[in-house]
Write a protein that binds this ligand. Structure first.
Ligand code: PLP
Length: 378
């Protein structure tokens, strides 16, 4: 029996068309993009074409796009460079950010470089923007606000425009971790009041170890790394040509099919919602207005649900207890922040490769796990 992969917020399958585009840069065309000979120039041309393509899709100029190794690196560069270059003394964030943001801002706080404040959350785990306004009103000194566009565990969404306008009004800088959003939503960054965003290729069928930073024109983001001058010194180091080409191709495919794919994924998600509701399962976050690729199910804690994730795995279903990054680090900081600690939380996350038939199979398996007395049939 084929396994069913419902952990697409952790990572997605590399699209075969993306691999095809990457292959020449992993094999015959191995020149270093900084070399001046033919092989080097070919690699440089591939990178600059990828930059133009990415910029056209997210609505910005190519000069605003910097290639990185993914979301973690992008978030580190964005936050650390801002603090360094703009002498930031306050950071406002939320307790539900990804560890690549939370650990970074806490590190800066522990070094005494910044004062850290956390914005309040609403019941569904989304950011209370009135509280953001209040916090900014009370701040003196240069402030960086860092808030994610879409939460990777519960799917809570942030209105980038409203949050950005609030930041602008208070002259605060605004960074958004858009790792779970880019490739799934249309972005037009020219029209969005945000200074820097991060994205990661492996969240939308691109290669792992690829990502971008969008930096609003006129902003200075150097200083997190030292090295050669690659990526205009924002991210020095020999460019990952195949990763960059793969990122651009994956984004291009995502934009081409976004309406269709998001419709189908939504349909699959709501099949799962219906199936789980029938079994008396509740949800964390905002099911109807949250990130359409993520569903955080709150199973009641009892002997049937104890070890459910493992049972699902044995039955051929890959889901997750939270984010892959916090695996093995105790409970989820996101669930703790929203007070969802009394339930057995399982994240199901979907992609265009999932099918309705798969969800029907999951439903049948869950029914056996939760309803049948023969709990260990697998
Ligand atoms: N930010 C969010 C919201 C994520 O979900 C992830 C990955 O899980 C990251 C950042 C880190 O991205 P990467 O795996 O590319 O380092």
């Amino acid at each position: 029996m084929e396994r069913i992969y419902l952990d697409n917020a952790a990572t997605t399958r590399l699209a075969p068309e993306v691999l095809d585009k990457m292959m020449p840069w992993l094999t015959a065309q191995y020149g270093n993009a900084s070399s001046t000979h033919y092989e080097g120039r070919a690699a440089r041309f591939a990178i600059e074409s990828a930059r133009k393509s990415v910029a056209a899709h997210i609505g910005c100029s190519p000069a605003s796009v910097f290639f990185t190794s993914g979301g973690t690196e992008g978030n580190n560069i964005a936050i650390r460079s801002f603090v360094h270059n703009y002498r930031i003394s306050n950071i406002i964030t939320s307790r539900t950010e990804h560890p690549s943001v939370l650990s970074t801002v806490r590190d800066l706080q522990h070094r005494g470089q910044v004062k850290l404040s956390y914005v309040g959350l609403r019941e569904d785990g989304s950011v209370d923007l009135c509280d953001l306004d209040r916090l900014l009103e009370a701040e003196h000194g240069r402030t960086l606000v860092t808030l994610m566009f879409a939460n990777n565990e519960i799917g809570a969404l942030l209105n980038l425009h409203t949050a950005g306008e609030i930041c602008r009004r208070h002259k605060a800088f605004f960074h958004s971790d858009c790792v779970q959003g880019v490739g799934h939503y249309a972005f037009n960054l020219r029209e969005t009041p945000v200074d820097v965003i991060t994205a990661s290729g492996h969240k939308f069928h691109g290669p792992k170890g690829s990502g971008i930073l969008y930096v609003r024109e006129g902003m200075e983001l150097r200083g997190a790394f030292t090295g050669g001058g690659q990526e205009r010194s924002v991210r020095p180091g020999t460019e990952n040509v195949s990763g960059i080409v793969g990122f651009a191709e994956a984004l291009s495919i995502a934009f081409r099919n976004m309406a269709e794919d998001s419709y189908r994924i939504n349909e699959i998600k709501f099949r799962m919602v219906t199936a789980l509701r029938k079994l008396g399962v509740d949800f964390n976050g905002n099911v109807t207005n949250g990130l359409y690729t993520v569903l955080s199910a709150a199973f009641p804690k009892n002997e049937m649900t104890e070890g459910l994730l493992l049972q699902l795995d044995i039955a051929g279903i890959a889901a997750s207890g939270g984010s892959a990054c916090s695996a093995g680090k105790g409970g989820s900081h996101v669930m703790e922040a929203i007070g969802a600690v009394g339930s057995e939380n399982i994240r199901f996350s979907f992609s265009k490769y999932n099918t309705v038939e798969e969800i029907e199979r999951v439903e049948a398996i869950l029914q056996k796990c939760l309803v049948s007395e023969l709990k260990m049939v697998f």
